[in-house]
Write a protein that binds this ligand. Structure first.
Ligand SMILES: Cc1cc2nc3c(=O)[nH]c(=O)nc-3n(C[C@H](O)[C@H](O)[C@H](O)COP(=O)(O)O)c2cc1C
Length: 180
């Protein structure tokens, strides 16, 4: 069983991130969740801790951080990275190679050979933006496996492309990337 770094952005699909955390844990994996600071405004990391039995992190600085260099420790620990849900903002930061919070710093510190799965979730207009398409292409070129969102009902109340894959499907892709 593997060590999976589950990275979550501030999306309406965060509830699926919780489901995924639970499924991967029940499948026997060690799952550590890292949330963007904005994601913690929508959901508490404590819920991920309850679902995974592992510490969930968000802060890189200040009294809420875990250790002195959490990003290095997390990056070295991961055997698979899953970003689900990935916001338009987060994929832009990843495409640029930024490290402006614990999540993006940990991904920069993850060795290149570690498989990476990106599961975007966003409104259809956001997904169709040339900048977002460009960032997705860039991330594919950089070695990310992108689980292209589907058409379906979106949290904003409309139907269209942008719906993140279901946790069960993401779990199957994760197993494929781990070769299990
Ligand atoms: C309730 C709520 C739901 C949101 N859902 C999404 C989403 O599914 N996809 C997205 O790209 N942005 C979404 N946003 C906007 C992002 O939260 C916003 O761009 C934020 O800056 C992203 O920060 P992060 O990428 O650091 O997590 C949502 C915002 C709110 C308030």
């Amino acid at each position: 069983m593997s060590k999976i770094l589950l990275c979550c952005g501030a999306s309406a699909a965060l509830h699926k991130g919780c489901d995924l955390a639970s499924r991967l844990t029940r499948a026997g994996h060690e799952v550590r969740a890292v949330l963007t600071p904005r994601a913690t405004e929508l959901i508490s990391p404590q819920l991920f801790e309850a679902l995974t039995g592992q510490v969930a992190a968000s802060a890189e600085f200040g009294p809420e951080r875990g250790g002195a260099m959490d990003h290095i420790e997390l990056g070295a620990w991961a055997e698979l990275v899953v970003v689900a849900p990935c916001t338009a903002d987060l994929l832009g930061r990843l495409a640029l190679g930024l490290g402006d919070d614990l999540l993006t710093s940990a991904l920069l510190a993850t060795p290149g050979e570690v498989p990476r799965l990106l599961c975007p979730a966003m409104n259809s207009n956001m997904l169709a933006q040339p900048a977002v398409r460009r960032n997705l292409d860039q991330l594919r070129q950089d070695g990310w496996r992108v689980a292209e969102p589907r058409e379906g009902e979106l949290a904003c109340g409309v139907s269209g492309p942008g719906r993140m894959l279901e946790p069960e499907e993401i779990g199957a892709l994760a197993a494929e990337l781990l070769g299990s």
